[in-house]
Design a protein around this ligand. Structure first.
Ligand code: ACO
Length: 320
């Protein structure tokens, strides 16, 4: 029997950042509003494409795992903001890390990284693959209308990656649940690909648009119900969860989620203050930050959950 363990992790955060006060210099907003409504203090803005951020994170993860890119069996890259639709940008990462294996992108928006880990763990447990690189990477700043304060203040750029390897030792990914609610397709979208004149940047459809309050409600419902489902499936009690690593869209969403699940807030990893919502990258960046701080210890049980456009949702349980 093979188990899928995370053996390497890494992140790439662009060096330049915009604080809330910076934003207030060119739009009607304030540090007080953004912090109190979202928990965000600053976000990083990339001058390079998503595939570059993804490649840097991937190299860190491979180095941490102590393996060479040529040893990989598969690369899965989750992004809602790839630099090209075809070829996929997993192939750019593949070229940059010197891998010769399957490589593809997935678009499950903010849930994409957990979709990727779930899939990778199943491939490893089935014996199909031994070493899989999973990346979440975004350059959402490119898809923002910087004159619309309702959306512009929320997002940021970044990437995170993990290496999953087959091990005989019990543990690693214990289980996962994926869902999609197509009824909510219209409440969060960017219709870039369907524009007749794609160069017409004044078209609002180009930019990310959403119904914030509707998403707020559905995010809590979606992440809560899938988390309960994966805990039940793996026969793990919520009191035995050491850390919750949720998608970082809004600190108030996280607060409500853990309070409804009756899990103490101290057990939630929250780093949205430093990055904003980096969509598919929030969870791998949070994993890296938690490990860098020495919070996650061997043997601990971690519940991760996400929600995004689609409306996708995902929950994953793993042992460190
Ligand atoms: N600065 C100052 N004022 C603002 C800003 C801003 N950046 N944005 C909106 N406002 C104003 C509004 O115009 C409104 O003013 P009014 O009362 O005079 O009409 C007021 O603030 C309240 O606006 P609401 O939209 O009601 O604020 P709310 O408390 O719902 O917070 C927010 C909005 C932060 C978007 C919240 O709904 C949210 O986080 N939703 C979910 C997150 C989300 O949508 N993420 C998108 C990606 S999906 C994902 O990652 C899961």
């Amino acid at each position: 029997m093979q188990y899928a363990h995370i053996t390497g992790w890494g992140k790439a955060v662009p060096p330049s950042s915009l604080t809330n006060d910076d934003l207030a210099t060119f739009m009607e907003t304030s540090d007080e509003w953004i912090k109190s409504r979202t928990g965000i203090s600053k976000r990083h803005i990339s001058h390079v494409n998503t595939s570059v951020l993804a490649s840097v994170a991937a190299k860190h993860a491979l180095a941490a795992a102590g393996i060479d890119g040529s040893e990989l069996d598969l690369i899965i890259l989750a992004s809602a903001s790839p630099d090209t639709l075809i070829p996929n940008i997993a192939s750019t990462v593949q070229a940059n890390v010197g891998a010769t294996c399957g490589a593809f992108d997935i678009n499950a928006a903010c849930s994409g990284f957990l979709y990727g880990i779930g899939l990778a763990s199943s491939l490893i447990k089935s014996g199909q693959n031994k070493k899989v690189l999973v990346i979440g990477a975004e350059r959402l700043s490119f898809y923002l209308d910087w004159s619309r304060r309702e959306t512009a203040v929320l997002f940021g750029d970044g990437a995170g990656a993990v290496v999953l390897e087959a091990r005989e030792e019990e543990g690693g990914v214990l289980g996962y649940e994926l869902n999609n609610d197509p009824d909510g397709r219209e409440i969060l979208k960017s219709s870039f690909g369907s524009q007749i004149d794609r160069l017409d940047a004044s078209s609002l459809d180009f930019y990310i648009q959403f119904n914030g309050q509707e998403i707020f409600k559905r995010a809590i419902q979606g992440m809560g119900s899938l988390s309960a489902k994966v805990l039940e499936k793996c026969n793990v009690d919520k009191d035995d969860v050491d850390w919750v690593i949720p998608h970082q869209a809004n600190e108030r969403i996280i607060d409500t989620l853990v309070s409804r699940m009756k899990i103490p807030k101290e057990r939630a990893i929250v780093n949205i203050a430093n990055y904003g919502n980096t969509s598919a990258a929030t969870i791998p960046i949070a994993i890296c930050d938690a490990l860098d701080k020495g919070l996650i210890k061997p043997g601990q049980t971690i519940l991760s959950c996400a929600f995004g456009a689609g409306l996708t949702s995902a929950a994953l349980l793993f042992k460190w």
